[in-house]
Design a protein around this ligand. Sequence first.
Ligand SMILES: Cc1ncc(C[n+]2csc(CCOP(=O)(O)OP(=O)(O)O)c2C)c(N)n1
Length: 278
Amino acid sequence: MADSEVVRELKSLAIKLRRDLVEMIGVGAAGHLGGSSSLAETMAVLYFHRMNISKDNYRDPGRDRLVLSKGHAALIQYAALCEKGFFPREELRRVKTLNGLLQGHPDLSIPGIEAVTGSLGQGLSVGLGMALALRLDKNPARVFVIMGDGEQSEGQIWEASQAAANFKVDNLTAFIDWNKVQATGSTADTFNIPALDEKWRAFGWELIPAAGHDPASIIDAIEAAERVRGRPALIILDTVKGKGFSFAEGSAAYHNGILDKETYNKALAELEAAKAAL
Ligand SMILES: Cc1ncc(C[n+]2csc(CCOP(=O)(O)OP(=O)(O)O)c2C)c(N)n1
């Protein structure tokens, strides 16, 4: 069970990451608010509690690796990397500009990014390759892969899923950001995948549920995943798309919506209120 002060600090970090996210999107421009904010607590836990990764060791073979398979949520990962000092804050202001470092989807030119993603369905295969290579090298580092629930419609995921179980990979922890909404509507209406958890179990994975906006639950789930031996583990993060912003919660409109002055100010005000309530 995580220390309550640690949990409070991670909650506060998640709010900070959401603030950077809103500022990166800005007024009058589109940005992936919904699927980024649903990952704020997970990013806080991974980067500030669990992963052995820093601006000084991010090229060392012994570092832990994170592959953001749902690459459209890159802004929340950039916010975390920036907070860890991987690049100066000015880069957040130049995000998604031609001469900026931070592109709309993760790119290997960005310090701390481990894989090019954005075309959905590929990240688990990439992470599996990393995990197998680490095992061959007897390297104890771990690989984390974050997928979306809408992304589960991609066939390549199921090939990687079977391969990971076949090769008894246990140095890989995968996540599904189960926020129930994808780009244009609910995941169930757009491409329904009944009994998703049973499918993963049938494919040979250990399944671990987590409350995706509670750092303590995420930490417990990650620790449980790391105790699993001889097969891969999947954490299903029960989350809300657009979490933290009343106008965006559960809404496909803010998958990649435009913030106007009013919603921008409202977003910042709601974050201030959340911070004050901590
Ligand atoms: C191969 C591929 N097909 C389609 C898209 C377009 N696309 C971008 S995000 C998205 C929805 C993804 O939904 P989900 O995985 O649930 O992400 P989240 O809701 O967590 O943002 C789609 C279809 C894409 N990026 N890649």
